[in-house]
Write a protein that binds this ligand. Structure first.
Ligand code: RIB
Length: 300
C-alpha cells in the first residue's frame, strides 16, 4: 500500500510577539525565523519521521529549493512536486509567550496545481493506496473525486475549514482528522461528543479523529468512542502540533496498531512538537516518541 500526500509546501515567517496583533495596532516582534512548513509538508515530514514511506505531490515557486532539499533529506519522494514561476506559498505566523499561534496564509504556488498534474500523479496510485489531503492547495474536490474512482482511501484534514472544503464530496472520506474549531464549523455543535455524534450520523462510513489540543483526543467510528488524554507539557510553540498528530496517527493505522495505542503515540508526538520551536523542525523522530512514552509510563 502506497501513501500519497497531495499538499502545501510553505515558507513560514515566524514572529515572536508579546500578544497577537490587534486591528489598528502596530506591534514590534522580538524575533523572526524563516523555516519550512505548510500543513501538507509538515504531515509528510511527520509520516517520514514515524517510519512511513510517503510521496509528496504539490507545487513550489522559483525559490522552492530549500523545501525540496528538506523533503529529500527526510527520505520523502518528491517526484510529484513541480515548480512554477512566481512565489512559493508562505505563512506569516505570530507566536506568543504561551506558545499559541495565529497564521496568515499566502497560497502562491500551492494554488497553481493543474488538472493535468493531478491526473498524472493519481495515475501512479490505485486501489487501497492512501491519499492524504489538507485544504491549503487548489483542486481538493477533483483530487477526492478522482482518488475515489481509483479506489484510494482518502484521509482528510479539512484545514483551513472554509467554503471550498464544504463543497467537496466529504462523504468519500475514509478518515477525518479535525480540531475543535473545524468540528464546530462542520457540525454546528460545540461539545466534542455532540460533534462526533453529528458528524458520524452525516458520514456513517467514515472514522473521525477530533483533537482537542491540551485536553486530548476523541476517536469515533459507528458506535465506538475512545478518548485519550493529552500529555501535560510546557508548550513553547504549538505550530504543527496538529500536523504531527496527523502524520503519527496515520503511521499507527498503517502499522496496524490498535486505535488507543495509535492515539497515544500521536499525542506523545504532538506533545514533543509543542516543546520545540518551528513547524517541520519541531516534529520528533519515532525513537524520541518511544523514549517519551517509556518515561511517562514509568512515571505512573
Ligand atoms: O499547521 C501549521 C502550518 O500551517 C504552518 O507550517 C503554516 O505553513 C501553515 O500552513
Amino acid at each position: 500500500m502506497k501513501v500519497l500526500n497531495f499538499g502545501s509546501l510553505n515558507y513560514d515567517y515566524t514572529y515572536q510577539v508579546s500578544h497577537m496583533v490587534r486591528p489598528g495596532e502596530t506591534l514590534s516582534s522580538s524575533d523572526l525565523k524563516v523555516r519550512c512548513g505548510g500543513k501538507g509538508f509538515n504531515q509528510s515530514v511527520a509520516l517520514a519521521r514515524a517510519g512511513i514511506a510517503v510521496s509528496h505531490a504539490g507545487m513550489v515557486g522559483e525559490e522552492g529549493d530549500m523545501l525540496l532539499t528538506f523533503c529529500r533529506n527526510e527520505g520523502i519522494d518528491t517526484r510529484f512536486v513541480r515548480s512554477v514561476p512566481g512565489k512559493s506559498g508562505h505563512a506569516i505566523i505570530q507566536v506568543n509567550p504561551q506558545g499559541e499561534n495565529c497564521i496568515l496564509l499566502y497560497g502562491g504556488a500551492n494554488q497553481q496545481n493543474t488538472r493535468e498534474q493531478t491526473e498524472e500523479v493519481l495515475a501512479a496510485f490505485g486501489p487501497g493506496d492512501i491519499l492524504l489531503l489538507q485544504n491549503e492547495v487548489n483542486r481538493v474536490r477533483e483530487l477526492m473525486e478522482e482518488a475515489w474512482k481509483r479506489g484510494m482511501r482518502i484521509v482528510l484534514n479539512p484545514s483551513p475549514c472554509d467554503e471550498k472544503i464544504l463543497s467537496c464530496p466529504l462523504e468519500k472520506t475514509d478518515t477525518f482528522l479535525i480540531n475543535e474549531t473545524e468540528g464546530c464549523e462542520l457540525s454546528g455543535a460545540e461539545e466534542p461528543e455532540e460533534i462526533l455524534d453529528r458528524l458520524l450520523a452525516r458520514f456513517p462510513q467514515s472514522k473521525l479523529v477530533l483533537t482537542l489540543g491540551s485536553k486530548g483526543v476523541w476517536y469515533g467510528a459507528e458506535a465506538e468512542r475512545i478518548f485519550v488524554p493529552a500529555f501535560s507539557v510546557q508548550a513553547v510553540d504549538t505550530t504543527a502540533a496538529g500536523d504531527t498528530f496527523t502524520g503519527y496517527y496515520l503511521s499507527g493505522v498503517l502499522q496496524g496498531l490498535p486505535v488507543e495505542e495509535t492515539l497515544r503515540r500521536a499525542c506523545a508526538a504532538s506533545a514533543l512538537a509543542v516543546m520545540k520551536e518551528g513547524a517541520a523542525d519541531s516534529i520528533p523522530k519515532k525513537e524520541e516518541v518511544e523514549v517519551f512514552l517509556r518515561i511517562r509510563e514509568t512515571a505512573h
